[in-house]
Design a protein around this ligand. Structure first.
Ligand code: AMP
Ligand code: AMP
Length: 226
């Protein structure tokens, strides 16, 4: 009697765990865009993609499933491999909007594979591989980050801008508060590196961030040229 009860509890627990895992349960996405000038002017430097120097525009870093408490799942399905053939229709957009800057120079497949395997596999219950990359490209277009900043007089001209003015320009144009992420240039000046926007778990709507990420920005930061 006692052992059949134990088996029942064990089976129910396994069933519950299966449901929880399969629902891919994450709370929202961070959509992270990166200023290439701030990746390249650091001590580490960068390598342009084999297709050539990217445009002077923000590039996509990634679309990252997250939990409300600030933690995040990663590498959720080792069996789900990145397949370039599944996004061949998006390839030229990927090259221009999601450029790799790591060294040695490459075509981007390595970077996109990393992003899919580490983050994309954790939102597969909502977005398949094609949907995942397509969603990120769509978000970039909708937000129009560089345009909204230049409209507010904030340009990649090597000058310094207050963090507040950048946050306010983004809030004014999109309705939502961004997360700001800075790094330092060769002279150790704090500069605009990445901007995080939050997106609901379907990938369709911007939302106010449940928890603001980002690190190490001074109150005034450089917006370097690229
Ligand atoms: P990757 O996507 O591997 O290029 O990594 C992005 C960097 O951000 C890594 O150093 C991650 O560990 C880090 N990171 C910090 N917070 C998060 C988050 N909430 N979601 C995903 N990556 C994060
Ligand atoms: P970070 O957020 O700078 O700590 O970067 C996390 C990881 O993602 C590091 O391994 C970076 O080299 C890599 N990474 C970030 N941006 C790019 C990019 N544009 N191209 C290639 N790798 C990148």
């Amino acid at each position: 009697m006692k052992s059949s009860f134990s088996i029942l509890v064990l089976v129910s627990t396994i069933q519950l765990m299966t449901v929880l895992c399969a629902s891919g349960d994450f709370d929202f996405f961070y959509f992270v865009q990166q200023w290439p000038g701030s990746y390249c002017d650091t001590k580490r430097s960068c390598c342009y993609p084999s297709s050539g120097k990217p445009a002077a525009d923000f590039g996509i870093h990634g679309l990252w499933p997250n939990y409300k408490d600030g933690s995040y799942p990663s590498n959720c399905d080792p069996d789900s491999l990145f397949e370039a053939s599944s996004i061949s229709d998006l390839k030229s957009q990927m090259q221009s909007e999601w450029p790799t800057l790591a060294c040695p120079s490459s075509d981007g497949i390595h970077f996109w594979t990393h992003e899919w395997e580490k983050h994309g596999t954790c939102s597969e219950s909502m977005l398949d591989q094609h949907g995942y990359f397509e969603t990120a490209l769509k978000l970039k277009k909708e937000i129009g980050l560089l345009k909204l900043l230049t409209n507010a007089g904030i340009k990649p001209d090597g000058r310094f801008y207050s963090i507040k003015s950048i946050e306010e320009a983004i809030k004014e144009a999109t309705g939502f508060t961004p997360g700001m992420d800075c790094n330092v240039d060769g002279s150790r000046h704090s500069q605009l590196y990445q901007i995080y926007m939050c997106v609901d778990s379907t990938g369709s709507n911007l939302i106010e961030c449940p928890i603001l990420p980002g690190r190490r920005c001074s109150s005034t930061i450089e917006f370097p040229k690229f």
